[in-house]
Ligand binder design. Sequence first.
Ligand code: PEP
Ligand code: MG
Length: 600
Amino acid sequence: MRTFDGLSASGGIVSGPVFCLSDEDTVAIPRYVIAEADTGAHWARFESAVEKARGEIRLLKDGRNREQTDILETHLMMLCDPEFLPQIRKSLDSELVNIEAVLKDRVDGAARTLRATGDSYLSERAVDIEDAFGRVMRNLLNDGASPSGKAGTRADTHADMHAAGGSRFVPEGSILVARTIKPSEALTFKDSGIAGIVLEEGGATSHVAILARAWRIPAIMGVRGILLSVSDGDEIVLDADSGVVTLDPSPDLLSSARAKALSRKAHEISPDDAATRALEPAVTRDGAVMTLRANIAFSRESRDALESGAEGIGLFRSEYLFLGSDTLPDEETQYAAYRDAVVGMEGRPVVIRTLDAGGDKMIGEQRLLGEKNPLLGWRAVRYCLDRRDVFRTQLRALLRAGTAGNLRIMFPMISCVEELDEVYEVLEEAKAELESLGIPYARDCKCGVMIEIPAAAVCADLLAKRADFMSIGTNDLTQYTMAVDRENAKVAHLFDCFNPAVLRLVKATLDAGQEAGVEVSMCGEMAGDPEAVFLLMGMGLRNFSMSGAAIPQVKALIRMVSLADAEELAQSVTGLSSAREIRKLVQGKLKTCELSKEQE
Ligand code: PEP
Ligand code: MG
């Protein structure tokens, strides 16, 4: 047995075989000119790579269910295709470039043609072609004759391999081990049925961590060195509750992990206090009412949010509609998604954030830019204000969906008043377009800003004059205040929303909102941390938005404490100088509340 420590990003315990996305999966595809005399050798390498891939697939078929066997059969057929393989040979002979480059071009071309049909069946075949020949590519890259083998950047991965393990079959129930993955890749792995995530990099508020929590997939980040120690199929136990990964677990550990996982599951669905009372309002012992809403990435999650006890959606991260495809979603697609979320929440407020692409969630042209500091770059409204057509399309879709219920529009990464004024100009343009076309839209749709840049928090009083509401995004607010990349495990110890600097900015925003009579909420991960909620209530926050999974526990916390206790706590915290001291004080006070509840 061997253990590795990391940061718990999404709780739970799971055991299973490793699916290893090693840096080999991210090699850039080499491209170079070859002599005519060398084409035979390149073709021979290709043939043996194909033969090897066929053998691998035959082995994989053993013990699979019907659906998986069918997929693998399709891959086998593709690797014997009597038309496609000769086309590759022809390109190799005529273009005189290395076989890896020829293979990449032909596979990309075939996949593009299939996708361009717009037919969902054919688009799925495009994925199969990439899958089957991705396996051949890996064999080529690993046959010792390829000049590659150098790990590329993650951007290379996207460009070259259609990544997300797309080149390999991801066995359901496996635990993904990788250096890092993008949110769009996480979506693909979720669809493949992975049971857990272990990353060498990343922090607890990275977008992958946020998704894992929403999907209730156990995840640990910052597990240094694990990639060098595991291979596909190795059995591991991932205990994300304690942030430990165990390789080659003993039979005893395996069975205790399985028992713990089962009891956790039973607990999740058993009618315990938190779950049964999830639908009831969140009221403190002394009668203060808190509003709890959910964060979602897709409209279909609104149903789950309701069942978890959400009183609305406090953050719909609309950029997930834009990820995972090379083309931007059109107005109708967006309208349908926003409308579904609004209708699903049956009249409750639904705050939809406009496109927050960039940083770790790049779309199309942003990826090509190769920014040195994407987190400080062309992201969110900065991108939208440069691509006004993209922005107006989204705003029209939002305004139209607003007629279906209680939709509110929220603008991310606002850094100053001028930027917000410009955003409103585009909003007016979108309204004018709908008006001239006679299309119904929500004329008085409420608009708010995210407070997630320190400059916005400091000037929250100025922004409050121009916004219907403000929502504090503590993930980015902490990142930018502390100058700590939220994805970087090396400096994760500095990423703490309990840091006095972050708390002061939160307080400044709350005060500015109160002064201006503007609703303030919080939708960063801090709002779903029960200890933080206790303190935030005392600081004056009443509206919290979090992953649906966190709602029952946070409601349970709110019911256990009184606002008077929270306010007293907030007072005592003001003099403290470190996150550690503050957390300790919060935990101590919480213990006292627990004890007094037990004694009742
Ligand atoms: C935040 O920054 O706190 C936030 C909610 O936005 P995101 O996590 O999507 O960047
Ligand atoms: Mg943010």
